[in-house]
Design a protein around this ligand. Structure first.
Ligand SMILES: O=C(O)c1ccccc1NCC(=O)[C@H](O)[C@H](O)COP(=O)(O)O
Length: 209
C-alpha cells in the first residue's frame, strides 16, 4: 500500500499543481490568522476548485466556533476538515453527523501519556495526525517529536505522521514508524509560508520506498 502524502499550507495555484503532479494524495489549506500560511476562505475556495477528485482537499482550522465551521464548510466544500486545536471527540462526532465530511484531529505527541490520549478519538475522528507539540504555532513549526515513542504502538484508528518531515528524513520516518500517511509543511518551504515546487517533488518521491 503506497504511503499517503499530505502537503499542507498550500497557498498558490503553482504549488498546488506541483503537489498534484508529484503524487500527493491530500493537499492542505490553512485558515488560521496567526499562521504564515493563512488564507481567507474565499482564496481557499478558489484553490480547492483546482483540486481533482483523486486528491483530497483538507481544510485546517484551529478551535473553530460553530459559525466559522459552518461558513468554512459552506464556502470551501472540503473533503476533510483537520481540527488542529483542543477540539473534543464530541465536537468531531457532531461535525461528522451533521456534514458527512471526514474529520481529522491533530494530536501533539510529547510523551507516552499524550500518545495514549489518541484512543479517546476512536469512533470520533476518521484519522489522527500525530504531530510535534505546539510552539510558536499549534502546527507547522518544522519540529519533530520522538518517533521512538511509536515503537510497538497499536494505532486505535487511522493515523498519520507530521512534524519536521523533510525530503531528507521522510523515508527514514516511514521505515521507523510504518506511518500510512505523512504530512509536511515547513519541510517543503523556502521560507515560512512559501512553498518550493522542487522540495514538494522531492518529498513525494522520497515517500516511495
Ligand atoms: O501550518 C501551519 O501554519 C499551521 C498553523 C496552525 C495549526 C496547524 C498548522 N499546520 C498543521 C499541519 O498539518 C502541518 O503540516 C503539520 O503541523 C506539520 O508541520 P511541519 O512541522 O511544518 O511540517
Amino acid at each position: 500500500m503506497p504511503t499517503l502524502v499530505k502537503i499542507c499550507g498550500i497557498s498558490t495555484s503553482e504549488t498546488l499543481a506541483a503537489a498534484i503532479r508529484s503524487g500527493a494524495s491530500h493537499v492542505g489549506f490553512v485558515h488560521f490568522a496567526k499562521s504564515p500560511r493563512h488564507l481567507a476562505l474565499g482564496a481557499i475556495a478558489m484553490l480547492r476548485r483546482q483540486v481533482p477528485d483523486h486528491v483530497k482537499a483538507v481544510l485546517l482550522l484551529v478551535n473553530p466556533d460553530a459559525p466559522l465551521l459552518d461558513e468554512a464548510v459552506r464556502i470551501v466544500a472540503p473533503d476533510v476538515v483537520q481540527f488542529h486545536g483542543g477540539e473534543s471527540p464530541e465536537t468531531l462526532v457532531r461535525f461528522r453527523a451533521e456534514t458527512g465530511i471526514e474529520a481529522w484531529r491533530a494530536m501533539a505527541v510529547k510523551d507516552a501519556p499524550s500518545l495514549a490520549e489518541v484512543a479517546a478519538f476512536r469512533g470520533a475522528a476518521d484519522r489522527v495526525l500525530l504531530d510535534a507539540p505546539a510552539s510558536a504555532l499549534p502546527g507547522g513549526n518544522g519540529t519533530r517529536f520522538d518517533w521512538s515513542l511509536l515503537a510497538g504502538w497499536q494505532a486505535p484508528l487511522a493515523w498519520g505522521l507530521a512534524g519536521g518531515l523533510t525530503p531528507a528524513n521522510v523515508a527514514e520516518a516511514i521505515r521507523l514508524t510504518g506511518a500510512p500517511l505523512v504530512d509536511t509543511s515547513s519541510g517543503v518551504e523556502r521560507s515560512p509560508g512559501i512553498k518550493d515546487v522542487d522540495k514538494i517533488a522531492a518529498f513525494c518521491k522520497a515517500t516511495r520506498i
